[in-house]
Write a protein that binds this ligand. Structure first.
Ligand SMILES: [Cu+2]
Length: 278
């Protein structure tokens, strides 16, 4: 449409001001009125657009004081949500009609928390804190995506926002599952192990947890092959110091160390879970 308009105007002017009508070039003085109009009009238009942009930006940056804070941790390739009372989950539960402030951080590379349905997105940058807020207005479940290309499983870095009623939220929020020897299955979900490992024998970025306990395994220790038995000690070391022994056929420097992230009790529970995955 614009192209047609411009081309038509151009052709019209070529014809209208052709050489035959004005053989001798004449000097045209400026037109103050026109100059004022073509300066003032675009300035006004740009300012209107700026105003809408600024107002939208302001409201997205000013968090209501009663917003519920939730810490969001992004890492390859999963999300973790941590609430004020210590509750952690791999999905974001929020009560209806209450503003939520998401405090974003990354454990490794740049990620970006994106909730398309709510029209909000913000980068998660290692070593820097950023934030976002929104007010859920419908009892719905929305998708969460990562909008920053962050490696192999980037497109599977998914989660959900679950908007629930205030009373359902209270119940959910106040049920803090204890960490005991049976927590392993829940922990590997929440702590993002399943973005690289499976529990059914399938290969992903890392080896499956299924059936490895008690087996012989070939690992590389400073690039030298060694055979070891998979026992408690080896599994604990794999979590604390993943690069000490690299499972043959898998890449080094992929598995993040869980030192300082998982407590000793949590690691023990995961070891027990892997033991039982026959
Ligand atoms: Cu990501």
């Amino acid at each position: 449409m614009v192209l047609l308009g411009i081309t038509a105007a151009m052709l019209f002017f070529v014809w209208r001001y052709r050489l035959k009508r004005n053989p001798l070039a004449s000097n045209i003085e400026g037109n103050a009125m026109m100059e004022i109009v073509w300066t003032a009009l675009p300035t006004a238009l740009v300012m209107v657009m700026f105003w809408y942009g600024w107002a939208g930006y302001q409201s997205s940056r000013s968090v209501p004081p009663d917003a519920m804070p939730v810490k969001v941790t992004a890492r390859m390739w999963s999300w973790m949500f941590e609430y004020a009372n210590g509750k952690v989950h791999h999905e974001l539960f929020v009560p209806l009609d209450k503003p939520v402030k998401l405090i974003l951080a990354s454990q490794d590379v740049n990620h970006s928390l994106y909730i398309p349905a709510v029209r909000i997105k913000q980068d998660c940058i290692p070593g820097r804190e950023s934030y976002l807020w929104f007010r859920p207005t419908k009892l719905e479940t929305y998708d969460i995506q990562c909008a920053e290309f962050c490696g192999t499983e980037h497109s599977n870095m998914l989660s959900k926002v679950r908007v629930v009623s205030a009373s359902d939220f209270e119940t959910w929020y106040n049920t803090i599952e204890p960490v005991d020897e049976n927590s392993g299955e829940r922990l590997v979900q929440i702590y993002g192990c399943l973005s690289c490992h499976t529990t059914d024998g399938g290969k992903k970025v890392g080896p499956s947890f299924k059936g490895i306990y008690g087996e012989r395994q070939t690992v590389l220790v400073r690039r030298r092959e060694m055979n070891i038995d998979v026992d408690d000690e080896y599994l604990l070391e794999s979590m604390r110091e993943p690069n000490a022994k690299i499972v043959k056929g898998y890449p080094p420097n992929q598995m993040p160390s869980q030192e300082g992230i998982l407590s000793d009790e949590q690691m023990t529970a995961i070891v027990k879970y892997i033991q039982e995955l026959k």
